[in-house]
Unconditional design. Structure first.
Length: 120
């Protein structure tokens, strides 16, 4: 009888420890996910801000180049056509190399940032 009672107490104690351990692991998982999501969101917002500024710089630079070439060629159509042709060639080049030079490095960077261990 005494042995059964001790075994029951040990079993209950093990159950409680397993439950406590599971709750702690869940809490740790939540904290780790929150940390990774918050870091990712911070990086995303910063990258969107930089991209927005770069887009404005590109836009105004393109307008300046268009007016420069318009003055050089003596025609707005030719000047802005040169700028448009440059962007068409750039789009074709990007479409040709998008997987090897753009998609794979971005995918690898995201995977690395998600599974990166905290360095102490």
């Amino acid at each position: 009888m005494k042995l059964e009672k001790e075994l029951s107490e040990i079993t209950d104690d093990v159950k409680n420890q397993i439950k406590a351990y599971s709750e702690l692991r869940l809490a740790l998982f939540k904290v780790e996910v929150t940390e990774k999501v918050s870091k990712s969101m911070g990086a995303l917002v910063a990258n969107i801000l930089v991209a927005s500024i770069a887009l404005f710089v590109l836009l105004f630079s393109s307008i300046v180049c268009g007016f420069y070439f318009s003055d050089y060629f003596g025609s707005f159509t030719k000047g802005f056509g040169v700028v448009a042709l440059f962007y068409i060639v750039l789009v074709i080049i990007v479409l040709l190399v998008k997987n090897s030079l753009i998609a794979k490095p971005i995918t690898n960077a995201i995977i690395t940032s998600i599974f990166e261990e905290e360095k102490l």
